[in-house]
Each structure stands twice: as structure tokens, then as C-alpha cells.
Design a protein around this ligand. Sequence first.
Ligand code: NAP
Ligand code: FE
Length: 512
Amino acid sequence: MELTYHSPTRIIAGEDCIRKYAVELKAFGSKALIVTGASSAKKNGSQADIMTALGMNAQKYAIYDRVPPNPTVASVYDGAALAKAEGCDFVIAVGGGSPMDAAKVIALLAVNDLPVQNLFTGPYGGNILPLVCVPTTAGTGSEVTQYAIVTNDGAETKSGIGTPLFFPRLSFLDPRYLESLPRNTMINTVIDSLSHSIEGIISTRATLMTDTLAVRGIALISECLSQLAEGNLSRLQLERLLLASSLGGMVIANTGTTILHAMGYSLTYFHGIDHGRANGLLLASALEHVGLTRPDLVRRILEPLRVNSLHTLRIKLDTLLGEREMIPQEDFQKFADKALASKNAANCAVLPDRSAVISMYESSLSVTPSPQTGSSLRRANIPFVVLEKYLPGEFLRVIPARLRNVPPGHTEIPVEFELSPGFDPGARIPVSWDGTLHGFVHDSDQLRSVFSGVMADGYARRRVFLNDWGDVFLLTFENGTRDREIEYFVTPTEVRALFRSCRIQGEPSDLR
Ligand code: NAP
Ligand code: FE
């Protein structure tokens, strides 16, 4: 067996660890450049803790707090100019992946004259200001990696700069800083970390060491998924998620990420989708492709996740991700070419070809069909469920437009079916029809059974979406927070059968 494993960053973790271990900063230098984003580090106490610790050591500091999410080239040169002007001899990054990545490049540029045209190519000098990281998201693992990801407008993507110089010397992990994360940012960053561990397993560079870390990282995340979805994580869970994020970082520091990350970069660059969310949208489809030839790798991932199929994983991810973005279908060809040309592609244990990459995009996003080709969405091997089993036709009736906003009563729950234009329901609907079928489910127990206990008590208005996927319909039940959380797949025949058995209500005076 031949393998290399490298993880040189010292980690100090625990509540209030910065102040408890302030003395560890002493040897780093006399003046720090604190690198942060615009505001979060000030609000969650992390910046104040660092300033206190530096004060305890009589160390000075300057602050660069203008790192935007997805750091720009301009921001890293600005930060380096400030480090030079202020005579800083070490750098402390406080924040999510964006400030940590920016700080790495700032630490490099502060002591190297690297012209902007060589920023993404190197060569990178033999020296860099020593770096300390304080992550305040549980996602990137940047606090233990040698990578910095910077928006590369020249190549219309985000590019990774990787050099062993970028390994932080020390990272402080304090879960208290995560408490201020909004639910969506928390979800997106945790999905990023999950995707790092998963991509480590499907990388050609996976080893026993990285698999061990990745499996443990996935298991820690899996234990927190339902509270993550509810936005109700305990301090202990935040601590676990922070450690899982560093485990994911140690994994990708050794395996690299795969084409999944590279595919996500285009969603971020061209459509502004958060980095972790972009990975999450693509994750299930990417694994479906891997599973075609390497089901053993998929099993290695599903086991610690404690889900028994990729279909279940997709449903779990949908609970976290909510509605998927609409992306014009013609974009996917350009995105696929960029992803396949990336360095990350070389790490894939199962490398998809161009058409597979395009279908992965198609099955991961809501697609605006291109006018020439129409929708080419198809999903294979999806278990069909008979619609009536879940929503019997006799419990649904079509109601006229002017009665659609009737508030839900004890026995009536409004539902809406949204159908693609041109779908023929195979039933006579005696009201002007806008492609949406509005109705009432009359038996709340019946609808409750549809949600299999997932739905909280107290009904709000809920919608049921029926999306035309070509030869199959995707039926999605939306929960009270507008996250879509349960999906079924039904055939057009089943949909038509349902519509035929609906009690069609014209302009009934009895409903007024
Ligand atoms: P981020 O871009 O650093 O931050 C996202 C948002 O979250 C910002 O608005 C930030 O506010 C806010 N935020 C951060 N911590 C917070 C807290 N504790 N409470 C409330 N708000 C908080 O997010 P990220 O997902 O951690 O980093 C993403 C970047 O990392 C991407 O550029 C990605 O490509 C990169 N990445 C790097 C690696 C690596 O190995 N180096 C790996 C994966 C991803 P402020 O701006 O005010 O701080
Ligand atoms: Fe990432």
C-alpha cells in the first residue's frame, strides 16, 4: 500500500477557545491583519474575541473587513496593500470560507510581488505571512486546507489556488460563533461540508485515511440533519458540524474535490447560487451517475448517512434545499465544458462524459426549456406511486377562481395542482382554466397520511405541485415553510384517472 496524507494545521477547539488559548498567538508576530467579511464577525463575537486575545498579548492589529462572499481578485490585492501599509507580520482570518480564502492570498501577496495575470497560475513564492483561521461557518474546511477559491472573471468561473503555503498554522474552532448563522446559510455551508466528505470518497485520490475521516464526517452531519432542516440545532450539534467541516477539509486537502464542485462553480458564477447550495443541488444526480458503475462507493456514502437509497437522499436534500432554481437549458452545454476542463475533473473515480454532465444539470435544476429543443427531461428507474393511493380523487374537487381563496377550515385543505401549459387533463373542466387546478381535500386525516407524519400540526395553506417531466409527473407536496418536502412520481395515465374521478364543481351556489 502506498499513500500520502498531509494535514499540518494545529486545531484548538472548544467554547471560548480563543481567549483560553490566547497565548498561542504570541509567537505569530507583533501586528496582525484581521481579515473578515462586512459584518458577521462583528456580530457573532469572533472578531471581539480575537481582538481581546491580541490585547492580552500586547499585539497590535489592523482590520481589513471588506471581503465579499466569493472573494474577488480586487479584494485580495486591496487586503495585501493594507497589510503592507500597516506593517503586519501575520494574518488572522475570521469568518466563512470567503474571508479565510481571501486571507490566504492576502498573506501571500503581502510578501510576494505576484502580478495579477499570474495569480491563478503561479509560481507562488517560498514565503507567506503566518496564518491563523477562525471559521464561523461549518462548511468549507478552509481552516485546514491549502486551497483558496477566488472569483476568476478572466475565465468566467471560480478558480482554486492550491499551494502548501496556504495551510493555516493554527485554527480555532468555537461553535458559539455559528449560532448567529441564518438557517439557509447554515444549511448551505453544511451541505458544502457534506459534499467535501462525499467527494473525497468518489475521488481517485481516496485513501484509507481520507475515507475514515470522510465516513466520520458524513455520520456527524447525518445525526444533525433533521434539526438542521428545522433550524433548531443544539450547541452540541453545532460543535459536531464544525468538526465535521474540518474533517471534510482534511479530506479534500488530500483528495481534492471532483467535477461536482466544478459544476457548481458555474451555478455560482453565472446565477449567484450559494456555493454549498450549488453542490447540494447537484449531489444526488452526481451520485446516481457514480452508482451506475461504482455502487460500492455509493454504499460507502449512504451507510453513514443512514439512508437506504439515492432517491431517499434526494428527498432529504430537497427538504433542506426547498425550491430548485430555474436555469435556461442552453446554459448547460457551456457549464459542462467548463466543468470538464477543470482540474477537479481529473479526480473523479467515475468521470461523466459531456452528455452525462448535461443530464446531471438537467435532473438537478428546474429547467427553462430552450425554444429549439424543448424539454428533454427524463428520469429513469424511478419508482412510480399510484396517485390515488395518496390523494383519492373523491376527496378532491375543482373549484372556480373566485372561490379559490377560501381559508382552510377544519375539514377542507386547499391544494393547487400546477400543470405545464398544454397538458390535457382528459376531463371537462367547466371553469376557465389557467393551468392550475385548485381544489379542496376534504379529509384532513387523509392528507395528513400523505405527509406521513412529517407535517406539523395546524394546517397552513399548502400546495401540491404536479410538474410535467415529459413522460412522468413529479408530484411535490409543499410544507408550511414553503420547502418542498415529499415527492412522488406518477404517470400521465394516473393523473388523468385522478382528474376523471374528481367531482367537478362548476359555479356551485352551495359553495358561496
Ligand atoms: P462565506 O461566503 O464566507 O459567507 C457567506 C455569508 O455568511 C456572508 O454573508 C457572511 O457574512 C455570512 N456569515 C459568515 N459567518 C456567519 C455567522 N457566524 N453568522 C452569520 N452570518 C455569517 O460562506 P462560506 O460558505 O463559508 O464560504 C464560501 C466560500 O468558500 C466560497 O468562495 C467557496 O468557493 C469557498 N470554499 C473554499 C474551500 C477551501 O478549501 N478553501 C472549500 C470550499 C469552499 P459576512 O460577509 O458579513 O462575514
Ligand atoms: Fe466547497
